[in-house]
Every structure is written in structure tokens, then in C-alpha cells.
Design a protein around this ligand. Structure first.
Ligand SMILES: NC(=O)c1ccc[n+]([C@@H]2O[C@H](COP(=O)([O-])OP(=O)(O)OC[C@H]3O[C@@H](n4cnc5c(N)ncnc54)[C@H](O)[C@@H]3O)[C@@H](O)[C@H]2O)c1
Length: 354
């Protein structure tokens, strides 16, 4: 049987453990897997584009486990009551192909994206960073704010969204978090002013320039999350030229990241090399660093592993018959008898006889 986790199950794991604990745990699993970078099958995700958005499949595997995520990105969805990003995924055993876990990944994507952002910022932002600008206050916003607050010591968030209702929703959701001040700003420039870290997590299927060079200050770390699809960017090219740029998996980021705007030889560093000690993280207090995040399959692999372990420890989720159970695995035909009394009968013909 395959284990199934719904969004409600994931929410119950978060309620049982606390969101800070879950973000920390997930960041730990992601970092562990990034440290094993060479052990994974890696490929740029397969993307199916339409004028409204994109639907993507994101597979990866090590010697023991295989995973994939189905995820979309449709920035106009919120106008018809659907989220911009919806996802689910599977963790399977490599030795048999048996799907072990089928899970929601919509809530989980927000958790794992924030955990990944913090993993990168731990090495790329200044250790004394206390203030973060958060541009784009939609579905991902609170998760980014909480991850940077709990895991990195951010105490003040300067927020801006072109939709004031989104900002008000974020302010309300974070109002009760002790030690986290949320300051609503009137523009991206105002939010970025004096920030140690600038997180951009906007959704617009356009070559947007949310951050422009005059908004940069020495020592800033830019956590660019929303530019993650061909024709969808957030950073002005001169922003990318202002500092060292780190990416998840270069072949995918060249297609989807903010670096899609740059020539093929524009220098980028895959982040795993920082963890491996091959490349330094932040070099000095004045350097500008950029994490050009698009979301990589490995992060979902880690998140699925984390959910599987937490669900087992807490006794959560239910078992579903996604794959039939067999007395004789060659007798697939016998499975039909579970649905109808006589698999050879033709209801259409029986109806016609009446
Ligand atoms: N890198 C990753 O791993 C990763 C993971 C998840 C989502 N994403 C991306 O993050 C983005 C945000 O996702 P979401 O689920 O929060 O979407 P959302 O639609 O819920 O929120 C996006 C917000 O951005 C705001 N916005 C749009 N243009 C803006 C602008 N010019 N200035 C300020 N705000 C602006 C919108 O008003 C909206 O409130 C999407 O582009 C999504 O594809 C990336």
C-alpha cells in the first residue's frame, strides 16, 4: 500500500511540531541531500508552457529513492480563486518502482522553498543581517518571512506588494509572531532601503524588473525566488552584474532563472559547491550576493523524505490502494472482479436489452 498525505495531514505535522521546527528540519534534509549532490540523477525539469502559465514535472533519484513533483505556475489563477502554485508528488523505491508516498506538495512547496532560501542565505547573507525586504506578499510570503525569522534571526520585515490586500493578509497572519516586526512600505524602493536581505517572490509572467541597480546597497543578499520560468524575471540585468550569482542546477537556471537574460558565459556558481567547500560563500561584508532560485527537484525529494519520516513518527496519513495488491501478480485481470460481479458482462448491452 502507498501512504497518502493530504494538505490537512501536512498542516497537522506543522501543528504538532511547530513551524520553526518543521522549517529547520526540512532545511536540514535539503542541506544533507545537497551535500550528496553527485549521488543524484539530475535534469532540468520538463515544462509545458501556455500563454497563462506552465505545468512542470520535476524528477530526481539516488540509488534508493526516486521522486517527482507535478507543479504549475499560473500568475492569474488567484483572480479565479485558485492558487498560482499547486503541487503534488511521489516518493518511490528504486529497487521495485513501488510508490511509497503520494503527498500534497502545495503547502510543502512553500515550506521547502523558504527552507532552501535560508540554506543559501546562511552562507551568502551577512551574519549580522536583521532586516529583510519582502517584495510579493502572496502565498509564499509568510513562509519566507518565518523561515528567515526563526532560522536566520531576521527581526524586521519591510513588505511591499502591488496588491495592498495581499500585504494586509500577510501583516495579519504575522501579527502574533513574537519578536518579528512587519513594516508596510509604499514601494519596492522603500522596502529595500536599509534591508540586509531582499527577497523577491512576485508572480507575473513578464520580464519584470522588480529590483533595479539604484536600490542596491553594499552587503545586500538578494533572495530572488519569483523569476522561475522562461519570460518571467524579477532582477534588472545590471543587478545580476553587481555581485556573485548562485544557482541551484545551472542547466535549469540558465533556462528559467533571472540569469536567462544573461549571455551563456555569464558566471554563475551552483550552490552545492559552497557546501562542498569548493567555492567560498560570502567573502566580505560589502559584497552583494544573489541566490537566483527557481526550485530544483532535489528540494522536493528532501521534503518528501522529511514528510515520510515525520508522518511515520507521528502516526499520520493513511494507506491507499494506488497499486493493486495481488495474490498472483501475473493475474492483473482478476483485479477487475473487485469492481463488478462479472468482469465479462457489458452494462451498455444489458441496458439496451431493457
Ligand atoms: N523558486 C522557487 O523554488 C519557487 C517556489 C514557489 C514559488 N515560486 C514563485 O514565486 C512566485 C510567488 O509565488 P506565490 O505562490 O506567492 O504567488 P502569488 O500569486 O500568491 O503571490 C505573488 C504576489 O506577487 C505580487 N506581485 C506581482 N507583481 C508585483 C510587483 N511588480 N511588485 C510587487 N508585487 C508584485 C502579486 O500581487 C501577488 O500578491 C511565483 O512566481 C512562483 O512561481 C518559486
Amino acid at each position: 500500500m502507498t501512504q497518502f498525505l493530504s494538505t490537512e495531514d501536512v498542516a497537522r505535522i506543522v501543528a504538532a511540531r511547530g513551524i520553526a521546527h518543521v522549517l529547520r528540519g526540512m532545511a536540514g534534509y535539503i542541506e544533507d541531500d545537497y551535500r550528496r549532490w553527485q549521488e543524484f540523477d539530475k535534469s532540468a525539469r520538463s515544462a509545458s508552457h501556455s500563454p497563462q502559465g506552465v505545468i512542470e514535472l520535476m524528477p530526481t533519484a539516488d540509488a534508493a529513492l526516486y521522486s517527482f513533483k507535478y507543479v504549475n505556475g499560473h500568475p492569474a489563477n488567484t483572480r479565479i480563486g485558485l492558487p498560482t502554485v499547486m503541487a503534488f508528488g511521489v516518493l518511490a523505491a528504486v529497487d521495485t518502482g513501488m510508490p511509497l508516498l503520494l503527498s500534497e506538495l502545495t503547502l510543502t512547496t512553500a515550506l521547502r522553498t523558504a527552507a532552501t532560501s535560508v540554506m543559501a542565505a546562511r552562507r551568502l547573507a551577512r551574519a549580522d543581517a536583521r532586516t529583510m525586504a519582502l517584495i510579493g506578499n502572496g502565498a509564499q510570503g509568510e513562509f519566507q518571512a518565518l523561515a528567515f525569522h526563526h532560522l536566520l534571526g531576521i527581526r524586521s520585515i519591510q513588505v511591499f506588494d502591488v496588491d495592498p490586500a495581499a500585504t494586509e493578509k500577510l501583516r495579519r497572519n504575522l501579527a502574533e509572531v513574537p519578536g518579528l516586526e512587519v513594516r508596510v512600505c509604499a514601494s519596492t524602493a522603500e522596502a529595500a532601503r536599509g534591508a540586509d536581505i531582499v527577497t523577491t517572490v512576485t508572480a507575473d509572467k513578464a520580464y519584470a524588473t522588480i529590483l533595479t541597480p539604484e536600490m542596491l546597497e553594499p552587503g545586500m543578499h538578494l533572495n530572488a525566488v519569483g523569476g522561475d520560468c522562461p519570460g518571467k524575471t524579477e532582477l534588472h540585468p545590471d543587478v545580476l552584474r553587481s555581485g556573485r550569482v548562485f544557482v541551484e542546477y545551472e542547466p535549469q537556471s540558465r533556462i528559467e532563472g533571472d540569469v536567462q537574460q544573461m549571455p551563456a558565459d555569464f558566471p554563475v556558481t551552483e550552490f552545492w559547491r559552497v557546501l562542498a567547500g569548493e567555492v567560498p560563500g560570502r567573502i566580505d561584508a560589502g559584497e552583494i550576493t544573489v541566490f537566483d532560485s527557481v526550485g530544483f527537484a532535489l528540494e522536493d525529494f528532501s521534503a518528501l523524505r522529511y514528510l515520510r519520516d515525520q508522518a511515520a513518527a507521528l502516526g499520520m496519513g493513511k494507506r491507499v490502494a494506488l497499486i493493486p495488491e495481488f495474490a498472483d501478480p501475473k493475474n492483473l485481470y482478476a483485479q477487475l472482479s473487485h469492481g463488478v460481479s462479472d468482469p465479462c458482462s457489458e452494462p451498455g448491452l444489458a441496458d439496451a436489452a431493457h
